[in-house]
Design a protein around this ligand. Structure first.
Ligand code: 9MR
Length: 380
């Protein structure tokens, strides 16, 4: 009898425990809030991307890689697809990093950007030393054909030409202009289109919020359009500061570019929080700022970002994104130039060895206030 009662009691207790576990589990499931990634939140507005370096591409920086694959839906190679690395000597291509980069984008179903086909920087030395114009042009044809065809149907958009204009809106006297002539931009856009007719073709540059430079670029766009040459978008680099450009300047730029009948992509967004030597010494870009290296006045936050600056940065990102949201019909992508502050190019430019904080993730791979502010701009 006692045995029977004990058996019953045991059964009842077991059933009770199972019920408690089931209901607790149900409760926790119903309480679980799914938190969307940043790119999920903005997915109905525009692609949200990040530029990724070699360590991310090769999976050495796993934490950054995890941020990229979970938070962004577009990638740009920070350096790996530049001419110097793809074709360092004539017709000797190295596709190891580029293949890995493209495979990463495909695996994660991302929008994949190619950066950049024609640029006077990070160009192979042999191109700078080629004396015959015909040979130079053949190298350009070969480069564009080989690289763009290899990733046909895989790379969604190409920065075909990067930084071809001077601040006054005239064509930069680059080696491309010197060797291929005034119409080289048209020629290389045609070459890119032939190699992959379906890829979006972009002209990419900085300081386009400045009217004179923008006017020069938009004149070129019109020339291409008038001649029936495909150009899909203007890439606005957006290496900006806490206080400039003004929101009015940015808005005018958005309106003007859109009115030219091309798409607008913010291709390289970051915001420096450090003092700018140009403000101190004028506006000559080629100026050497090495005299400021190690100057504590120019590197005020080596041990961490003060709260009030972090708040200013978040507010600046918020203001900019509100503008982007207002004009989302004209903007198809916003890409940050990097993932965590530690590896931003802005730690070394325009003064080497500073500690900058321009991005959405800090040196501990944690989302900053700026990230949270942008996430909260859009309801979960
Ligand atoms: O972020 C890139 C940095 O690692 C390179 O050293 C630098 C060389 O010029 O290029 C940086 O990326 C540039 C991009 O390719 C074009 N627009 C300006 C970017 C910042 O300089």
């Amino acid at each position: 009898m006692i045995q029977k009662i004990t058996r019953h009691a045991f059964t009842i207790i077991t059933i009770a425990i199972v019920c408690i576990l089931i209901s607790a589990n149900g409760l926790s499931n119903s309480n679980k809030i799914k938190v969307d990634s940043l790119s999920d939140r903005y997915k109905d507005l525009f692609h949200l991307g990040a530029a990724i370096n070699q360590d991310i591409i090769f999976g050495k920086d796993v934490q950054s890689l995890n941020i990229v694959t979970s938070e962004f839906n577009s990638i740009t190679p920070e350096n790996s697809l530049k001419w110097l690395y793809l074709q360092p000597s004539p017709n000797k291509f190295n596709f190891i990093a580029a293949d890995k980069y493209v495979a990463l984008g495909i695996k994660n179903n991302m929008n994949i950007v190619g950066h950049a086909l024609v640029w006077h920087n990070q160009l192979a030395d042999f191109m700078k030393n080629t004396s015959s114009s015909a040979a130079f042009t053949n190298h350009v044809k070969n480069h564009i054909h080989t690289v763009v065809s290899r990733y046909k149907g895989k790379i969604d958009a190409w920065d075909v030409v990067n930084e071809a204009f001077k601040e006054d809106g005239s064509l930069r006297p680059s080696v491309f202009k010197k060797q291929m002539g005034e119409n080289y931009i048209e020629d290389v856009f045609k070459l890119a289109e032939t190699a992959d007719p379906d890829a979006d073709l972009i002209y990419n540059d900085y300081n386009l919020y400045k009217p004179a430079k923008r006017a020069g670029v938009l004149k070129m766009v019109k020339k291409l359009q008038d001649n029936g040459i495909k150009i899909n978008a203007i890439g606005v680099q957006a290496h900006w500061r806490l206080k400039s450009p003004s929101l009015n300047e940015i808005e005018q730029m958005i309106l003007d570019i859109s009115a030219a009948g091309v798409d607008l992509m913010f291709t390289e967004l970051d915001i420096t929080v450090l003092p700018n030597p140009w403000e101190l010494v004028g506006a000559e870009v080629t100026q050497n700022f090495s005299k400021f290296e190690g100057d504590p006045k120019m590197d005020p936050y080596p041990n961490g970002l003060p709260k009030e600056i972090e708040i200013q940065l978040a507010k600046r990102y918020k203001d900019i994104f509100k503008l982007f949201m207002k004009h989302q019909d004209k903007i198809s992508r916003v890409t940050f130039w990097g993932v965590i502050d530690q590896y931003s190019w802005l730690n070394d430019w325009p003064i080497k060895g500073r500690t900058n904080y321009p991005l959405l993730f800090n040196r501990e791979y944690q989302p900053k206030l700026a990230y949270k502010t942008l996430a909260n701009l859009i309801e979960n």
